[in-house]
Write a protein that binds this ligand. Structure first.
Ligand code: 13P
Ligand code: SF4
Length: 305
């Protein structure tokens, strides 16, 4: 089947079976084209809350589908590929976080949304990269244990020096693999380009950025900017989307290794299989986990507004 034919069949089945397809911006353009909504993890969470269709198909990674299920527990929620996880989400166990909380009894636990539902059960509030700074500043506690991303946590701690922010040594293997040398090479090759970087990159990379922000912040900035050249320091599909959206501007990838293998497990034929019931996975979460994990996602939506 040709790409267009698979896409048409997906659109037909999606309507027939009353699915809403949500896609993260790290998905490839052929997937984004058949989605009802494309966004960063914060925007996907907000959207998942108000979906009216019977079922949701998340083209992304497991924690995103889990978040959608927690926010819309009465709907059937499917993940586009059963093995699409986020390694960072699984870096710490619930027992480890409970033990760490004992070391910092006065600290509120702030969990990056890239965590499992099980982990969210023992945290106070979730954040995404686009909402983290606002939420941490809005929290009534000055003592924060930030899990699991040390890079996003360091960035927030630097922007919020008035709070005591304790960090764990987790992080994204894709973004944290970008080196200072990658930055210097890219800037040398494109001296007039602005550097836009995701805060999951290390401080050695972030310190060179003209703009630090979530996938959405990066896209919005590049689309609205009067500049013409940009080095994109986040997953490489973002540069691809921007090149399609703004053909008059030039976009360069910061590193050819900025590819999330888990995000790339989703394919058009996999999405079709998911709608047919032969691929993907339905997310099943027990009621206790949903109600405990929901608390910190609700706090995110309240404090992030
Ligand atoms: P965003 O919050 O920018 O969508 O990032 C999610 C993610 O997994 C980044 O690697
Ligand atoms: Fe997880 Fe990194 Fe992939 Fe984002 S890019 S889903 S943080 S592994």
């Amino acid at each position: 089947m040709k790409i267009r034919e698979i896409q048409d069949e997906i659109l037909r089945l999606k309507k027939e079976k009353d699915f809403c397809i949500l896609a993260h911006t790290y998905q490839t353009p052929d997937i984004c084209e058949i989605a009802d909504f494309v966004g960063d993890s914060y925007a996907l969470s907000v959207k998942a809350q108000g979906v009216e269709n019977k079922s949701i198909l998340m083209c992304g990674v497991r924690f995103m589908a889990e978040t959608a299920k927690i926010l819309s527990p009465k709907k059937r929620v499917f993940l586009s590929h059963k093995d699409a996880g986020c390694p960072m989400a699984e870096q710490f166990t619930r027992d480890y976080i409970l033990a760490t909380k004992k070391r910092f009894p006065e600290h509120k636990v702030v969990a990056y949304i890239n965590t499992t539902a099980e982990l969210k059960m023992v945290c106070d509030v979730c954040v995404t990269s686009s909402s983290a700074l606002k939420i941490v500043k809005n929290m009534d506690s000055d003592k924060i244990l930030f899990i699991p991303d040390i890079n996003l946590g360091s960035y927030i701690a630097q922007k919020c020096p008035e709070k005591d922010i304790q960090l764990l040594k987790g992080g994204c293997p894709v973004h944290s693999g970008v080196t200072e040398e990658d930055v210097l090479d890219a800037k040398k090759a494109h001296p007039d380009a602005l550097l836009l970087v995701h805060p999951e990159c290390t401080p050695d990379v972030v310190k060179y950025a003209d703009v630090v922000g979530s996938t959405k912040d990066i896209i919005d900035f590049a689309v609205q900017s009067t500049a013409n050249e940009f080095i994109i320091g986040t997953e490489n599909s973002t540069a691809e989307h921007l090149a399609l959206a703004c053909p008059e501007k030039d976009f360069y990838v910061l590193s050819k290794n900025l590819i999330c293998p888990d995000m790339k497990l989703t394919t058009l034929s996999g999405v079709l299989g998911c709608l047919n019931g032969s691929d993907g996975e339905e997310i099943i979460i027990d009621d206790d986990t949903i109600s405990k994990a929901r608390h910190c996602i609700d706090e995110m939506l309240r404090l992030g507004n």
